[in-house]
Design a protein around this ligand. Structure first.
Ligand SMILES: [Zn+2]
Length: 217
């Protein structure tokens, strides 16, 4: 299980030149908002615990960033997808789209999207990020969890999400929104009562990823 830190080190204005200042405005604003909220809440017994709403807001940014970083690991040259499953603020599974375990080398040339022969495309073979995240889970199950995905789940993954007991989906992109598969996904998730909503804090994710500079002198 991975517990993420909530302390997000902000960049200062002079740290990376002029262009980064505007990118960090939203983050700085949110930091200010957090301070205002915290000061309103201050008491003798509680001087540092952020409100649940704001913590959730911040967690969403972190967990979608984790999903994005795992997407980067995908060997798929055209569509890299990442997924991160979270249970009460803790990561219990991560995954990205890849060929089945032990088949990576055998299928290395089969990442094609188009071919008259479907067996020469990636589609019959690839394991999607959601499948891998669920199979990689570090907890007994993922019932009641939230899954952060960089792409809206296909209908096969929607079935997996439902059957695994995941109750909430946050997605970054929905570039296949007009396809029948996508319609089926929405239908499945709605009927099963799994909530799904687009992730809107994209700039905050950019700011967080930009602020990571562990090798800075
Ligand atoms: Zn899928």
């Amino acid at each position: 299980m991975v517990r993420l830190q909530h302390n997000m080190p902000p960049k200062t204005r002079g740290q990376h030149g002029n262009e980064e200042s505007s990118r960090n405005i939203n983050y700085i604003r949110s930091k200010k908002l957090r301070c205002v909220m915290a000061s309103k809440r201050k008491s003798k017994d509680d001087i540092s615990v952020p409100s649940l709403t704001h913590r959730q807001y911040e967690d969403d940014v972190y967990f979608m960033s984790v999903a994005l970083m795992f997407a980067k690991k995908s060997p798929d040259p055209s569509t890299k997808v990442g997924a991160c499953i979270v249970n009460e603020g803790k990561i219990v599974g991560v995954g990205f789209n890849m060929m089945p375990n032990g088949c990576e080398e055998a299928f290395i040339k089969l990442w094609k999207r188009d071919d008259e022969d479907r067996l020469k495309t990636k589609y019959p073979y690839v394991c999607h990020a959601e499948l891998n995240a669920i199979m990689n889970k570090t907890s007994v199950d993922v019932k009641g969890c939230t899954i952060y995905v960089t792409l809206f789940p296909c209908n096969e993954c929607a079935k997996l999400i439902i059957q695994s007991g995941i109750r909430k989906v946050l997605y970054l992109s929905n570039k296949y929104a007009d396809t029948e598969d996508n319609e089926a996904s929405v239908e499945l998730l709605n009927r099963a009562g799994v909530t799904h909503r687009p992730f809107t804090l994209k700039q905050e994710v950019r700011d967080l990823l930009d602020s990571i500079n562990p090798f800075a002198e």
